[in-house]
Design a protein around this ligand. Sequence first.
Ligand code: ADP
Ligand code: MG
Length: 222
Amino acid sequence: MIELKSITKSYYKGTSAQIVALRNVSLKIDDGEMLAIIGTSGSGKTTLLNILGCLDLPDSGEYLLDGDLVNKLSKNRLCQIRNERIGFVLQDFGLMLDRSIYKNLSYPMIFNSSIKSNEIKERSKRALEAVGLSSRVNSRCVELSGGQKQRVAIARAIVNEPSMILADEPTGALDTKTSAEIMELFKTLNKQGSTVIIVTHDPKVAEQCDRVIEISDGEIVA
Ligand code: ADP
Ligand code: MG
């Protein structure tokens, strides 16, 4: 369960100009929800997702994640939470393109102390089965289509069996048909119990989620 209470976040350009990216954002997200965050470019969607994913901390306000006050956790604990509980999927995939699918999947597990080295192969296999790419485990990512790359990115996000999947414009670089396939995959993961939070400006993506919140100029407006 996620609870944001009056979160504020600003960026500073040099010493003077201040950009307020989030203003007084309060939001509750239940376990197992499938939520879309929509809003125009620059409205604060990525900033919000980065805070939800413990990649960034708010300037003020509170973030409670499964009862832990995230603002107060040590850097090490935050790393551990990111690695074990959160899976990220990004618009431009964020893969090591010159490496094999297997290398891309095994990498996050090396940093997860709860996964024994002999489990890495088995987990990679399961994640690739889930995204329908079992036959390509040794392919280099550069050889894959956009949709296949996004499948690998999703497989990498789920190898650690996170409770929450965060996706920033995951269909932004994909054609309509491939987007629909990727959305089916997110829906399946959600049905299997993961909380799924998708940032998008595609209404077709948003309408497939259980709940849609709109952010405008750093504030939740709907
Ligand atoms: P969105 O994802 O909705 O396009 P962002 O959260 O990326 O919006 O950005 C919100 C605002 O914060 C924008 O005005 C953007 O220019 C600014 N911003 C985002 N990241 C930075 C940064 N690292 N440094 C300075 N300004 C930033
Ligand atoms: Mg963004």
